[in-house]
Design a protein around this ligand. Structure first.
Ligand code: SF4
Length: 252
């Protein structure tokens, strides 16, 4: 079972487990998932746009459309959200205007909801690009995906495009200040809750030295029959391993 894509640019506010009251900003297509990954647990299913469209600006809403949509909602929204969050139908950093959009969204935030933080939920695949790293650094909060500690699990679990490699992502994440890692764990034959992966992942997270790690499991629809949610006890076991390395984390 999966859920439909977001049907517009702005959605919510939603009560997010990890962010509280969050207004979502979807800056990719509303027609098909636009993502460099195809995670086995993706709530939007396993269909995604072809790679040839990902760098084509015509595939995305224009910067003006995005800014107008946010301003229209934020002007009348009461109470204001705690977060304005880049999220939605894929990977926001793929939008060719992403750095400009960040700056313009922050201006609107300053005018209409100065208390709101601007955040992103990203799959981390573009942190190899210096321009994207600099843009991410201008956000108030960066919540970056890292589910896997070795290339074999990464290819099976997150199903990235062929030219994306775990080691390069880890190197990119190491160059970003104040990064929060989000790690989704699942069991079953298709899951990432294996001794090897957990061991390797803790080592990679230690290298990155994040501000904190968000540990969570499946809680909504997912397309693969080969994965299953973990128990709270299993998630806490992962937290205990991070605690031993003095890495701050929380189970959601
Ligand atoms: S990164 Fe997010 S949107 Fe992309 S496939 Fe994975 S879960 Fe889906």
């Amino acid at each position: 079972m999966t859920i439909p894509l977001q049907s517009g640019i702005i959605y919510g506010p939603v009560n997010s487990r990890r962010l509280g009251r969050s207004l979502g900003v979807n800056i990719v297509s509303t027609k098909i998932k636009t993502c460099t990954f195809n995670c086995v647990y993706c709530q939007y299913g396993l269909s995604r746009v072809g790679e040839e469209h990902m760098n084509d600006i015509r595939w995305y809403p224009s910067i003006n459309e995005i800014i107008d949509a946010l301003e229209n909602v934020l002007t009348i929204l009461d109470p204001k959200p705690a977060y304005i969050t880049f999220s939605g139908n894929g990977e926001s950093t793929l939008h060719p205007g992403f750095p400009t959009i960040i700056d313009q969204i922050k201006e609107i935030r300053n005018t209409h909801a100065p208390e709101a933080a601007v955040a992103i939920l990203s799959n981390s695949s573009t942190v190899t690009n210096k321009v994207i790293r600099e843009a991410l650094q201008r956000l108030d909060k960066r919540i970056m995906k890292l589910d896997c500690g070795n290339e074999e699990t990464f290819r099976r679990y997150n199903q990235p495009l062929p030219n994306i490699h775990l080691e390069e992502i880890v190197n990119g994440l190491k160059q970003i200040d104040d990064v929060t890692i989000q790690a989704l764990f699942s069991g079953g034959g298709g899951g990432n809750y294996t001794d090897d992966n957990i061991y390797d992942l803790v080592a990679k997270i230690k290298e990155i030295n994040p501000t904190s790690v968000q540990i969570y499991t499946l809680d909504r629809s997912y397309p693969s029959a080969l994965i299953s949610p973990l128990t709270k006890t299993e998630l806490i076991k992962i937290k205990n391993l991070l605690d031993k390395e003095n890495i701050k984390s929380a189970v959601f």
